[in-house]
Design a protein around this ligand. Structure first.
Ligand code: G3H
Ligand code: 13P
Ligand code: ZN
Ligand code: NA
Length: 306
């Protein structure tokens, strides 16, 4: 059933694991993730960006979710990823999303607080969860862009949560969106995570930009004509460590994109005579399932936690 993150995060916080929040854009992605969740009996967060809404269309997203939930008893959160303004949050709430992110991280502190507060007032009136963000992630996405990292200040994090009443907080500790997260050795500021977490006891934190950019898929993509060299993600050991901390939600999109693309590239190379989309979207869907199952089981620790 469609659920609130509340119970999921309470349990995750207590038992030291994290819930995977996977970005969805089409039917195959949703089906792959749902199958993985079923196989692992794991709670799931499916998240939709502004770009995903634009690509699939909000009506299609809602109907696909309806179909997914009809075939499953898993607890599933439907979450808006990187809501850019009040209006988009209000709109998806009226469509039935159980959680929204208002991303005011690009704004000055006081403006971020004001915007987040406005969304909290609207969302809480309808029992909807609000994730906010403080600090800035480096990296560029379609709808999300920022030039450089600004790590989250622990004192500001406490003040921000108190004054806005937001339910969870995305923090910047060195991750970034996309496939090129680190130039040299990957590092995350775990001291900072510890400081933020210890000043907000019991409070769920969120890690964006948490794809690992799995070498398996980079190699496969490049072997079959891709050009994604120098790609680097967050080592899975870092994510295991984060999952044991106050981090209750770990966002993964790039790893889904890479898994699908690698498998489809390989298919086109090996079977250039094929042109039935089901022949390559099927294996792409299976690759999503396998990858997500691996994350749930070996990295996030949410298997069997329904
Ligand atoms: O944080 C960004 C997510 O990866 C979504 O990306 O805006 O291209 O859908 P998108
Ligand atoms: P990745 O680009 O690391 O998958 O991050 C996704 C994300 O944070 C979505 O909000
Ligand atoms: Zn993000
Ligand atoms: Na955790």
């Amino acid at each position: 059933p469609l659920t609130s993150p509340k119970e999921m995060f309470d349990k995750a916080y207590q038992d030291g694991y994290a819930i995977g929040a996977f970005n969805v854009n089409n039917m195959e992605i949703i089906q792959g993730i749902m199958k993985a969740g079923e196989a692992e009996q794991s709670p799931l967060i499916l998240q939709v960006s502004a770009g995903a809404r634009k690509y699939a269309g909000q009506n299609y997203i809602m109907k696909l979710m309806e179909a997914a939930l009809k075939e499953s008893d898993l607890p599933v959160v439907l979450h808006l990823d990187h809501g850019q303004n009040f209006e988009i949050c209000r709109d998806v709430i009226s469509d039935g999303f159980t959680s929204v992110m208002i991303d005011g991280s690009h704004l000055p502190f006081e403006e971020n607080i004001a915007l987040t507060k406005q969304v909290v007032e609207c969302a809480h009136g309808q029992g909807v969860w609000v994730e906010a963000e403080l600090g800035r992630l480096a990296g560029v996405e379609d709808e999300v862009s920022s030039a450089e990292n600004v790590f989250t200040d622990p004192d500001e994090a406490v003040e921000f949560v108190e004054r806005t009443g937001c339910d969870s907080l995305a923090i910047a500790i060195g991750t970034s969106h996309g496939a090129y997260k680190f130039k040299g050795e990957p590092t995350l500021d775990f001291d900072r995570l510890e400081q933020i977490s210890s000043r907000l006891p019991g409070y769920p934190l969120v890690l964006h930009g948490a794809s690992s950019v799995l070498p398996e898929f980079i190699d496969m993509a490049n072997r079959y004509g891709g050009q994604v060299s120098d790609a680097k993600g967050v080592p899975e050991d870092f994510l295991r460590r984060a999952a044991k901390s106050g981090v209750c939600k770990i966002n993964i999109d790039t790893d889904i994109r890479l898994a699908m693309t690698a498998v489809i590239r390989k298919f086109f190379h090996e079977k250039p005579q094929e042109f039935d989309p089901r022949k390559y979207l099927g294996p792409a869907r299976e690759a999503v399932q396998e990858m997500v199952q691996h994350k749930i089981k070996n990295v996030l620790g949410s298997s069997g936690k329904i």
